[in-house]
Design a protein around this ligand. Structure first.
Ligand code: E4P
Length: 218
């Protein structure tokens, strides 16, 4: 399973990359705004800065919502760096644009996916990744993980190559359950990745080992 970090914060991306377990990055307009990045030139520069940190697969989201606009913006984003994956919303013109990008060897991440039907359409159009939002479904009392299971079943039934990128992952149990189900990728904030490291028995055990070593060795 690939680990993507879900942020536009360069320090968090560097920290996750230096852990040695990072495969890529997802951003969205809200995450870019959170970092205070605005204006086309600055946004483009920021994507380039992210690409310079990681090895591959940096999702950069289009703002346009019409077919021509999505194509133009997607081409500009893809030209920033070969690591860019164009993130396109699950709307009618977005779907058509995903098909265009697939035919022109531009990788895509179909975002804002909340149903198995939407995921099926994204795969049919040739999306590289599909992003079902687990946490946001949980927020409206709908089981987000169940959607990951459904999409896994459907994709396996037909051998779709679109990778399931579990998004809106809020905590370690989301991540572990996605691994059990067989999501191809999980994207989450840095704290979810570092939380995987933690267990009180690890800390207690290490403290005891070090204390015993000190007793024996002075
Ligand atoms: C990633 O591609 C999504 O934009 C992101 O995971 C959404 O997460 P949120 O629901 O925590 O904002």
């Amino acid at each position: 399973m690939k680990f993507f970090i879900d942020t536009a914060n360069l320090n968090d991306i560097r920290e996750a990359y230096n852990l040695g377990v990072l495969d890529g990055v997802t951003t969205n307009p809200s995450l870019m705004a959170k970092e205070g990045i605005s204006g086309k030139e600055n946004i483009m520069k920021h994507y380039k800065a992210i690409c310079d940190i990681v090895d591959d697969e940096v999702s950069a989201e289009v703002i346009a919502t019409d077919y021509e606009g999505i194509i133009k913006e997607g081409q500009e984003l893809a030209a920033i760096d070969p690591k860019i994956v164009v993130k396109v919303p699950m709307i009618k013109d977005g779907l058509k644009a995903i098909k265009y990008f697939a035919d022109h060897n531009i990788r895509t991440n179909c975002t804002l996916v909340f149903t198995a039907g939407q995921a099926l359409l994204a795969a049919k159009a040739g999306a590289t990744f599909v992003s079902p939002f687990i946490g946001r479904l949980d927020d409206v009392a709908t089981d987000g993980l169940q959607l990951i299971e459904q999409i896994r079943l459907i994709y396996d039934n037909y051998g779709f190559e679109t990778q399931i990128l579990a998004a809106s992952v809020r905590h370690t149990m989301h991540l572990i359950k996605c691994a059990e189900i067989g999501a191809d990728v999980v994207t989450c904030p840095l704290n979810v990745i570092t939380s995987l490291l933690q267990h009180p028995l690890t800390d207690i055990g290490l403290a005891k080992f070090l204390a015993d070593h000190k007793k024996a060795n002075g």
